[in-house]
Design a protein around this ligand. Structure first.
Ligand SMILES: [Zn+2]
Length: 174
C-alpha cells in the first residue's frame, strides 16, 4: 500500500472509531481522545506546529497567532504524525513543522517531498475533509462548483479556502 493511501485509511478509521460523521470535524476533541495535550505558543515565523513526545507523553504545540483554520490544519497534521507513528520511526522527541501553506504552495521546497510530511498532510486533509462528507456536500449543490461554493464549503468544513481548493482539485471537482 502506498503511503498516501495509508494516510487516508488511517484518517477514515479514526473518524469511524470516534463516530464522527459531521463537519466541521473537531480536531481538538480527537487529539484529546488520543491522549494528546494541546498548547498554544509563540513559535516564531517559521514553525506552525510541533509534535512533542517525552517519556510516552505526547502533545501538540500550535502557533497561537495563526488563524483558526490554519491551527486546525496544523493540529490535524500533527495528529497524523502521531497516528502514523512518525515520532517513533525517527526516534526524535520533537517534530517541528514549518509553514504548511508554503509547503503546499512551494513547487520546489524540499519538505514538500519529504514522504512523512506528504503523508501527514494527506492525513490532515482526509481528517478535516473526509471524502464521504465532502462528496455529499458537493452532490447537495446539484451543479458545477463555483467560486462562492468553495468559500461556503471551506466554512462548513472549517478549513482555509486554499486547503478546500486543493482538496476539491484532488477530488477532480475543480
Ligand atoms: Zn509535519
Amino acid at each position: 500500500m502506498n503511503h498516501v493511501r495509508l494516510a487516508r485509511i488511517e484518517a477514515e478509521n479514526l473518524l469511524e472509531q470516534l463516530h464522527i460523521r459531521t463537519a466541521p470535524v473537531d480536531v481538538e476533541e480527537i487529539a484529546e481522545k488520543l491522549g494528546l495535550w494541546i498548547q498554544r505558543d509563540d513559535l516564531g515565523v517559521e514553525v506552525s506546529g510541533l509534535l512533542v513526545t517525552k517519556e510516552g507523553d505526547s502533545g501538540i504545540v500550535v502557533r497561537e497567532d495563526d488563524a483558526t483554520v490554519r491551527q486546525r490544519f496544523t493540529i490535524a497534521h500533527e495528529i497524523g504524525h502521531f497516528v502514523l507513528k512518525h515520532h517513533r520511526t525517527h526516534g526524535k522527541l520533537v517534530r517541528a513543522d514549518q509553514n504548511h501553506q508554503v509547503m503546499y504552495r512551494s513547487q520546489e521546497g524540499f519538505r514538500r517531498f519529504d514522504p512523512l510530511e506528504v503523508q501527514a498532510n494527506q492525513f490532515a486533509a482526509n481528517l478535516l475533509m473526509p471524502v464521504k462528507l465532502l462528496e455529499a456536500a458537493v452532490q447537495a449543490l446539484k451543479r458545477e462548483i463555483c467560486e462562492s461554493d468553495v468559500t461556503t464549503l471551506a466554512k462548513k468544513f472549517g478549513v482555509s479556502e486554499q486547503a478546500m481548493t486543493i482538496r476539491l482539485t484532488a477530488m477532480k471537482h475543480i
